[in-house]
Design a protein around this ligand. Structure first.
Ligand code: ARG
Length: 461
């Protein structure tokens, strides 16, 4: 097909260049946004008497038809036919309605058009991702509620450290995800400005009404500088940064689930529907879902790095390099959505094995701090108490036993402050229940954390 710019040229575009230059294979996913923007633009042009109301009606009806045919997959969107989605919509429209279609691009450029489409698209996707994160938080909260009393070791350096509960552990992730939701909110708020009407870069001599289109398209305001309007991709970068942190959180949890369902831990068992087998080892049940989430995290970071690198050397305003923003954002968005959609039901159907968590808790001397605290509460300076407990732990290792089973004579040989009530003080359930400090693992304290997060989810949903 002859190019829209053919008048200026004496030769046709080289076929390889045509493919290279075209973005329709991937930007066609924004056709609804493109049409929405054109509808608002046409309405504004008519309102300002820049085009006639008859032309506006023809454009409006024509675009509805194009949208219906695109919905039905009736329009061939190959690079041979169209360069990008913006040209495709305009050309199809013009084929159908003639001159009115040719008037649509008055006082507009593809530069402000693509800037608008990307904003409309990312805004929609952010809302979807937010909802998926909130849904996943609901799953975590539910599991936390069922495991308020499920004692497990908390770790530092992947060494058993102090007693916590599974609920406490999950609520840590809920708080990370809460911040992820607020990061997405911030991104939405900052990108809530409309670039339409920036023109190619320098605005227009037509008496356009940018406030009208901004409002009609659901933006807070028009962007205040036309060069910025077409050159800015901050919001894409900000979105990919927010998604990278979100993926980082999903990846850490994935890593933990991988560990937890290994025979070394066996804290959880994944549902068959969410695990995979091995082609050679009949005994295997693999946490592929978690591993893929961990892997795809790298991909989302890749999008962020690509965008940062893409934009860093570009002079104002539009440069074709910026066409590369789309696949980076699309890939990040697609992968994050997929990860959340598979992770939530995987987590929901996962069986928690409290007995195994408890067994691990009993084996790691994770009540040693509580043993030292016992002495401290009886007046022994903490450093002396710490040393005495260290001696007891060494003695336990020597005897192949635990602090809970070590005879009282052994305790008294180290410090005569020890009495029978030490066994109560170092009982794991007591150790957890007594950790009532704000943010701690005591069941009533974790319940408070849960109530707070539930309030957040309700507020944001
Ligand atoms: N397909 C282009 C993109 O995605 C649309 C903008 C084209 N503008 C231009 N001046 N060539 O960036």
């Amino acid at each position: 097909m002859a190019k829209m710019w053919a008048g200026r040229f004496q030769k046709e575009t080289d076929a390889v260049v045509n493919d290279f230059n075209s973005s329709v294979t991937f930007d066609s996913r924004m056709y609804r946004e493109d049409i929405e923007g054109s509808l608002a633009h046409a309405a504004m042009l008519a309102r300002q008497c820049i085009i006639s109301s008859e032309d506006c009606r023809a454009i409006t009806e024509g675009l509805a038809g194009v949208r219906a045919d695109l919905d039905a997959g009736k329009i061939d969107l190959s690079p041979e036919a169209y360069e990008d989605i913006h040209m495709a919509v305009e050309e199809v429209l013009t084929e159908r309605i003639g001159d009115a279609g040719k008037r649509l691009h008055t006082a507009r450029s593809r530069n402000d058009q693509v800037a608008l489409d990307m904003r409309l698209y990312t805004r929609k996707e952010i809302l979807t991702i937010r909802a998926l994160v909130l849904e996943f938080m609901r799953v975590l909260v539910q599991k936390a509620k069922e495991n308020l009393h499920t004692v497990m070791p908390g770790y530092t350096h992947l060494q058993r450290a102090q007693p916590i509960t599974f609920a406490h552990h999950l609520m840590a992730y809920c708080n990370m995800l809460r911040r992820d939701v607020t990061r997405l909110n911030d991104c939405l708020e900052r990108m809530d400005e409309c670039p339409l009407g920036s023109g190619a870069l320098a605005g227009t001599t037509y008496p356009i009404d940018r406030a009208f289109t901004a409002e009609r398209l659901g933006f807070n305001a028009p962007m205040d500088n036309s060069l910025d309007g077409v050159a800015d991709r901050d919001y894409c970068i900000e979105l990919c940064a927010a998604l990278s942190v979100l993926m980082l959180h999903l990846s850490r949890l994935s890593e933990e689930v991988v560990a937890w369902c290994s025979w070394e831990f066996k804290f959880v068992e994944l549902d068959d529907a969410y695990s995979t087998g091995s082609s050679i080892m009949p005994q295997k049940k693999n946490p592929d879902v978690c591993e893929l989430i961990r892997g795809k995290t790298g991909r989302v970071y890749g999008s962020l790095t690509a965008l940062l690198t893409l934009m860093k050397g570009l002079p104002l305003a539009y440069n074709k390099d910026m066409q590369e923003d789309k696949e980076a954002v699309f890939d990040a968005v697609d992968n994050v959505k997929m990860c959340l959609r598979v992770f939530a039901p995987m987590f929901e159907t996962m069986t928690v094995l409290p007995e195994n968590m408890k067994k691990a808790a009993y084996r790691g001397f994770i009540n040693a701090t509580d043993c030292a605290d016992y002495l401290t509460k009886k007046g022994v300076p903490f450093r002396d108490a710490y040393k005495a407990t260290g001696t007891l732990v060494a003695r336990c290792i020597e005897l192949g036993t635990t602090l809970d089973a070590l005879p009282i004579e052994e305790y008294r040989a180290v410090s005569d402050v020890f009495e029978e009530d030490v066994y109560h003080a170092i009982d794991l359930n007591v150790c957890v229940a007594e950790r009532r400090s704000l943010g701690g693992p005591a069941p009533e304290e974790v319940s408070r954390q849960i109530t707070k997060i539930e309030g957040f989810i309700e507020h944001e949903a």
